[in-house]
Design a protein around this ligand. Structure first.
Ligand SMILES: C[S@@+](CC[C@H](N)C(=O)[O-])C[C@H]1O[C@@H](n2cnc3c(N)ncnc32)[C@H](O)[C@@H]1O
Length: 300
């Protein structure tokens, strides 16, 4: 959704931008091009391999960017407060991550059951599958994957792993295929469980909430935050964050009692009321983007 992101952030010469999910630097290149010759880009990614690839891709913009391996939850730790005109978070996994069997993200390639975005982290998907209780696994399968058979599958994992641990993506995908009949569905029966494990291994929803708050800290007033989400849990976190920031009052506590609200100036405003979806042409070129949604907020 490069065109839509450029339209949202409107990069220009002299502007300062942050890309919290630099990945293969596709968006970063377009932001640097659009803000030539003096625009500046801060960038990070949890994945060291992505940062190295981005460094190579951005070589032609030397002197106009600073990128490092890190979590976008920590953006405000190294980028000055109120310094940026635009921040982008393009969530989820990248194509290089999905397409590398050794990273263990995909049920379409056999590889270790890993799924770590940051390889410096020790917890892997295999640790969760072979170590958590049935209750904990069911919570992950349902909460992060929306898998209706979460409890049955979790109990079966705990039973079957006594005989043989789950070590590879292929082993888990075949096992899931045996337990979950397709019933005419086009999607692979392992889709939801793989998504759930990936979100859990990488603590994605917790970091997203921290990342949104960090992004607002580094934005100037009038600066814009563009977030591309790929599933409903991410989108809900962005909507909740935007709604809370756009309110002209602070609730008194956990429960919002209208009589107890404290008036205040809103911190954010929605730039578009509805989420922006990729166009037909983009979907033909990149079918993986079919569930992408872009939401844009402006700091007041
Ligand atoms: C969809 S890709 C980004 C693609 C990129 N916008 C481009 O144009 O090539 C998502 C990237 O976000 C990274 N990522 C996910 N969560 C992150 C987090 N909390 N902090 C930093 N990077 C994260 C992943 O490692 C992955 O490289």
């Amino acid at each position: 959704m490069v065109a839509e992101v450029l339209d949202a952030l409107k990069p220009g010469p002299g502007g300062r931008y942050a890309d919290g999910t630099i990945g293969g630097a596709g968006h970063a290149v377009s932001v640097l091009n659009a803000s030539s010759p003096t625009g500046w880009l801060y960038g990070c990614d949890r994945d060291g391999a992505a940062v190295e690839a981005a460094r190579v891709r951005l070589a032609e913009f030397a002197g106009r960017f600073e990128i490092r391996q890190g979590n976008f939850a920590e953006l405000a730790g190294w980028i000055p407060a109120a310094s940026c005109d635009g921040v982008l978070l393009d969530l989820g996994v990248s194509s290089p991550q999905l397409d590398s069997p050794g990273r263990g993200f995909s049920f379409q390639h056999d590889g270790p059951l890993d799924m770590r975005m940051d390889m410096r982290q020790s917890l892997t998907a295999a640790d969760l599958v072979n170590g958590l209780s049935a209750g904990e696994l069911a919570e992950i399968f349902w909460g992060f994957g929306g898998e209706r058979d979460a409890r049955r599958l979790a109990r079966a994992v705990v039973h079957d792993r006594q005989r043989q641990k789950f070590e590879t993506t292929g082993q888990l995908a075949d096992w899931l295929e045996r337990l979950l009949p397709r019933r005419g569905k086009k999607t692979h029966p392992a889709t939801k469980i793989f998504q759930a494990l990936r979100i859990a291994v990488n603590g994605e929803i917790g970091f997203l909430k921290l990342g949104l708050a960090a992004a607002v800290k580094i934005l100037k007033p009038g600066g814009r935050l563009a977030v591309i989400t790929f599933h409903s849990l991410e989108d809900r976190a962005v909507k909740d964050f935007g709604r809370a920031g756009a309110r002209d009052y602070a609730p008194a506590g956990e429960v919002d009692v209208p009589e107890l609200r404290a008036p205040r100036a809103p911190e954010l405003r929605w730039v578009t009321r509805k989420a922006i979806k990729p166009g037909e042409v983009e979907l033909r070129e990149n079918p993986r983007g079919r569930s992408a949604q872009l939401r844009v907020l402006e700091k007041m």
